[in-house]
Design a protein around this ligand. Structure first.
Ligand code: DGJ
Length: 767
């Protein structure tokens, strides 16, 4: 809800309020962004002006003898008029470079979709505040979009050239927000291929901090999502702000603390390599920044962000719709497959209970490895003699949906497309362009390139046999052409292409991918409802990545696959039980040679899939709560949905004599009686090494033929746990889950988790 008395604007959501004010100098400032406030008390929130000290420059003596630009909690800033903190907007005209916008008018209206950008849906209201610099012929429109139910405010700006002269735009962030320092810590992420979303924290000092991506995509180095938290903020309590950007290109965050302790936070398109000329009458619109506030700790931020993504970002036709369990052939075969091999994998995937078969890279041109054919989106007949339709029909007859991998934004130097259109590859026209994964970027700023790619995709999709597309993107930008804002124009081209194709095929489910999680952002999720989280499918690494990502993104967008026991990225060995327990917190899939499974593993995987189907709603759309972290040698996550709560416990390294442990649970219905249990797991005979000799009548060798033979056919049941208790009791005292194995003594309550092992505890209301 937006309320105004002409010079103050109070934007309220369910639990938060943003208070804006036009001050005596006609500048727009933020007096409060935090918990709800009473509209009768706005004066007490007004940030006082104070006496300017020393050699402070007074902005406009006639309006106020006190006000200085860098001391205001301004909603925007420009350089060269005494505000020497990081500028939000940088403009240059032939006649000058001081742009001094002052308040002009406002409008409250229904949200008007932003042209060229992905748009969130279901917004409540929009406030547009117009500021002008008449002398320079420029207007600045500040937009505030309220998403009441999710406690989110969207912010973006438009800069309009209303004068005669050209204006050059060199920086245009989407949001500037100021707050007073209370010991804030930036909590964001850093990352790389196979190591996305690593936790990254720093206490804010009197510096300017800048992070983001200049790689052309939102990237895995620094996802646009980050938080500011106070030192006393915990998982469940305390103040925290969450920030994100609905944008998929190079982006930047700037956090700066000025000498008096005011913190300025800016988010938007990266200014590096960004220049736009606005001719008379033209305007530039920034993407939308997303802000939230909570006093319920870091889980509070994630609840707001999850709600926002599920309700307002994901295309409406996929919102809260169950996602299928995939089988993907990539780590099972890589590009080395035949039609026969794919069929045998599909058959086994169907037997196991999977619902979607995804044919990954290697099906087109003459692609046998990653050095060829991108751009030639015609079937590789040697591998697939019956074409895509042949394999898709086979898959459909098994009762599975069929998915296909594409990497439309790339071109291989050896491709037929390159021969026909060398000018479509991105180069500066001077240097030999650098290759990344043996490929070049294709220029999506060109309409004819987008038309070609639309046609390639359309040719396959119109056969009607494709239910799912995995859209990959495996290199970053280099050799950029000179023109002003190439990276940004590329992203607008990408939005045009993905917008057209998803509109033409609204029921095809798209999965976003960029060498794993190199472009998982709110922009892409507006078109593609889910994203491949990382090429690292190791259980422990994936657990860390998923947990950090979950502060900003819900499990319903996270595609996670169970892969081979010896992980290909880390060479770490982990049992399928643990791999499942981690992969199931989101959208489950399998990615390995399932024909190599022994009967023990096959049975276990069938049980996992049954379990997932029974609990899919909770695991994809339930309320997510991080209850403990590896800071305490265990990570505990609860996913709860009405009468069911699933709590995943992940051990860090095993230590001797771990002691009794209490599993925290939260949010259960106090009066209801819950039945609790642990998801059934088994131990391989090999787990016990030469200790098996204590149970066998004859001597067996560790890793010897007998153990190998037996372990493919039989296993030992892991610990069991059953009982019931009132929700109130469990909320208060948690659940006692006993000790872990240390050396001797083993009964049906001893937890044998080993390093990085996991369990899922189940709480269901008794019928
Ligand atoms: C990178 C993706 O992240 C993988 O899952 C796989 O699709 C490969 N590309 C295929 O080249």
């Amino acid at each position: 809800m937006i309320k105004t008395n002409e010079r103050t604007f109070l934007l309220s959501t369910k639990e938060t309020a943003l208070l804006l004010r036009v001050n005596e100098a006609d500048k727009l400032v933020c007096d409060h962004y935090g918990r709800l406030i009473d509209e009768g008390d706005l004066k007490s929130c007004a940030v006082p002006t104070g006496m300017p000290t020393g050699r402070t420059i007074i902005y406009d003596e006639k309006k106020s003898a006190k006000l200085a630009l860098p001391l205001m909690q301004s909603e925007f800033s420009t350089p060269f008029k005494s505000d020497d903190l990081s500028p939000m907007i940088e403009l240059y005209a032939e006649k000058g470079r001081v742009f001094d916008f002052i308040y002009d008018s406002y409008e409250i209206r229904d949200f008007v979709p932003m042209e060229g950008y992905p748009n969130p849906h279901g917004a409540d209201q929009e406030l547009v505040i117009k500021c002008k610099d008449e002398k320079m012929g420029a207007e600045l429109h500040l937009h505030y979009v309220v998403f009441e139910d999710s406690d989110v405010i969207g912010k973006f700006i438009r800069i309009v050239n209303v004068g005669e002269e050209d204006i050059e735009l060199r920086r245009a962030y989407s949001s500037q927000f100021s707050l007073q320092n209370e010991g804030y810590i930036i909590h964001g992420s850093f990352g790389n291929w196979a190591g996305e979303f690593q936790r990254n924290e720093t206490k804010i000092g009197h510096f300017r901090y800048e992070f983001g991506s200049d790689s052309g995509s939102s990237g895995d180095q620094h996802n646009p999502f980050f938080m500011l938290k106070r030192p006393d903020t915990s998982l469940h309590t305390g103040i925290a702000y969450g920030f994100n950007l609905i944008y998929s290109g190079s982006h930047r965050v700037c956090v700066e603390m000025e000498p008096y302790g005011m913190i300025r936070v800016q988010q938007g398109i990266s200014p590096s390599g960004f220049e736009k000329v606005l001719h008379k009458g033209e305007s530039f619109l920034t993407p939308m920044a997303v802000l939230t506030f909570t006093h319920h700790g870091l889980n509070g931020v994630s609840h707001h962000m999850h709600d926002f993504v599920n309700k307002h970002i994901i295309p409406e036709q996929f919102a809260y719709k169950p996602r299928p369990i995939a089988f993907n052939n990539w780590e099972g075969t890589y590009a080395k497959f035949t039609e026969g091999k794919l069929k045998s994998l599909a058959k086994k995937a169907a037997d196991l209970g999977c619902e979607l078969f995804v044919l990954d890279d290697g099906w087109f041109g003459h692609r046998d490895d990653d050095a060829s054919s991108l751009g030639d989106w015609t079937v590789y007949k040697k591998k697939l003699p019956h074409g895509i339709e042949g394999i898709a029909d086979y898959v459909h007859k098994l009762g599975l949906k069929f998915g296909l991998w594409f990497e439309p934004e790339m071109i291989s130097p050896d491709s037929e497309l390159m021969k026909a259109h060398p000018e479509w590859a991105v180069t500066d026209g001077i240097h030999e362009p650098s290759l990344g994964r043996n490929q070049l970027l294709i220029d999506l700023t060109k309409a004819e390139v987008r038309d070609y790619l639309f046609e390639c995709l359309d040719t396959h999709l119109k056969t009607g046999v494709i239910d799912f597309i995995k859209w990959d993107y495996n290199r970053t930008f280099s050799d950029l052409p000179r023109n002003g804002a190439f990276c940004h124009d590329y992203i607008l081209g990408l939005y045009d292409l993905v917008g057209r194709i998803t509109k033409a095929y609204p029921n095809v489910l798209f999965e976003n991918c960029a060498s794993g999680g190199g472009r998982n952002d709110l922009g892409m999720f507006c078109y593609f409802p889910q994203g491949w989280v990382s090429d690292d499918t190791d259980a422990l690494e994936r657990c860390k990545i998923q947990t950090e990502m979950a502060f900003g993104y819900p499990p319903s967008v996270m595609s996670n696959h169970v892969s081979a026991k010896t992980n290909h990225q880390m060479l770490r060995k982990t049992g399928f039980g643990t791999k499942f327990d981690i992969a199931c917190m989101g959208i489950l899939g399998y990615e390995m040679d399932v024909n190599d499974l022994d009967s023990v593993d096959e049975k276990a995987i069938k049980e996992q899939i049954e379990f997932y189907k029974e609990n899919r709603n909770t695991l994809q759309f339930g309320t997510y709560m991080l209850l403990d972290t590896f800071d305490h040698d265990r990570q505990i996550v609860e996913m709860a949905d009405g009468e069911c709560a699933l709590v995943t416990y992940v051990n860090y390294v095993q230590t001797p004599h771990s002691g009794n442990e209490r599993l925290p649970v939260t949010g259960l219905i106090p009066d209801a009686t819950y039945e609790y249990s642990v998801r059934k797991e088994v131990h391989s005979l090999k787990t016990f090494g030469s200790l098996v000799n204590q149970q066998t009548p004859f001597h067996v060798k560790e890793e010897g033929a007998i153990v190998n033979f037996l372990s493919r056919r039989m296993s030992l049941d892991a610990e069991a746990l059953h009982g019931e208790a009132k929700g109130a009791t469990l909320n208060a005292g948690g659940l006692q889950i006993g000790r872990q194995w240390t050396g001797t003594g083993y009964d049906d309550t001893t937890r044998i988790l080993l390093d990085f092992g996991a369990r899922i505890y189940i709480f269901k209301v008794k019928k």
